[in-house]
Design a protein around this ligand. Structure first.
Ligand SMILES: [Zn+2]
Ligand SMILES: [Zn+2]
Length: 146
């Protein structure tokens, strides 16, 4: 249904299900991990994720206890992340998708951490920390344990 890859092309994956609802996370960790103003990550069941190529170059970094970020060790592209407490859900980095993905973001989250050089100039609701789950349930994230 969806195909994705890293910048150098050594990591390739497919998704057999559509990624779930997502937002833009402006938290410091997401800014560091993406190298940009915010992350755009959507959940998918791990059973729907198939690594097609790159099993020898994909690496995981534990960025905080129990939180693992998978990336290409050749080019550095982030691919997905997951919590060891919820290993059946992975959060795909939407920028790695090659197949057009047309869902719209539901929220700006952790706006209290946003970079001062980033203007937010759209009508998507903004939240200082997590969005309420009624607005955006970020499956597989720490929102579930808040
Ligand atoms: Zn790569
Ligand atoms: Zn974040």
């Amino acid at each position: 249904m969806y195909a994705g890859s890293c910048l150098c092309g050594q990591v390739k994956y497919t998704l057999s299900a559509e990624p779930g609802a997502f937002g833009y996370c402006h938290c410091t960790s997401c800014r560091k991990a993406s190298g940009s103003a915010h992350a755009a990550n959507a959940p998918v069941d791990r059973s729907s994720f198939q690594l097609v190529a790159g099993s020898t170059v994909i690496r995981e970094y534990q960025s905080s206890p129990g939180k693992y970020r998978a990336f290409c060790s050749n080019c550095g592209s982030p691919i997905y992340a997951y919590l060891s407490a919820a290993p059946d859900v992975i959060r795909i980095r939407l920028g790695s998708l090659d197949t057009p993905f047309t869902k719209a973001p539901q929220a700006h989250t952790w706006v209290s951490d946003k970079a001062p050089w980033e203007p937010i100039a759209d009508a998507i609701p903004q939240f200082d920390t997590w969005a309420p789950t009624t607005v955006l349930h970020q499956r597989g994230s720490r929102q579930d344990s808040c």
